[in-house]
Design a protein around this ligand. Sequence first.
Ligand SMILES: CC(C)(COP(=O)(O)OP(=O)(O)OC[C@H]1O[C@@H](n2cnc3c(N)ncnc32)[C@H](O)[C@@H]1OP(=O)(O)O)[C@@H](O)C(=O)NCCC(=O)NCCS
Length: 164
Amino acid sequence: MDIRVEEIADWSALYAICEAAFRQSGEADLVRRLHDDGELTLSLVAYADKPAGHVAFSRLTLHGTPDLKGCALAPLAVAPEFQRQGVGSVLVRLGIERLRADGYDLVLVLGEPDYYARFGFTPGLATQMKTPYEGPYLQALALSERGKNAHGPVSYARAFAELK
Ligand SMILES: CC(C)(COP(=O)(O)OP(=O)(O)OC[C@H]1O[C@@H](n2cnc3c(N)ncnc32)[C@H](O)[C@@H]1OP(=O)(O)O)[C@@H](O)C(=O)NCCC(=O)NCCS
């Protein structure tokens, strides 16, 4: 499995993976808007013999702790024929590693707690923040000691407001 930063030539395959994984186009449209708006912090593609999965991380503004660097993980999509083979886990782990190396302090995700707990995401940390997405599906991972102090209102990239 080869993981690399997304390139423009990957886009039609990534859109198709996202649409097939979610069985709707909302998340695929989200990632395209994030890309078009220049809001993607990191976008990684997993290749087997063809594109197998994709993870996007986008800008977050942490108004309560503006000196901290935060981003949102979404969407994460693995093509149906490649699911449950570790592709999603590799994408998330490598993404987190790169963001930490780039000086990011915090990642927020909205997703299945049973899945994201394995990477260290917890709903507890997320309750310190005020976002449009409250509840147990909202989870946070601190990438630095400073990240544990993140609190207050959070703004997501504009494309999230348009997600259906
Ligand atoms: C969720 C998804 C990204 C996981 O990627 P993957 O490559 O299939 O997952 P991995 O092989 O890395 O991990 C498999 C493990 O995750 C678990 N898992 C997969 N999807 C899960 C889900 N929705 N909820 C809870 N656990 C899940 C599996 O049971 C398996 O557990 P095990 O390791 O204990 O056996 C992928 O299945 C997918 O694209 N699903 C559709 C889109 C989606 O729901 N994206 C996530 C949005 S938050």
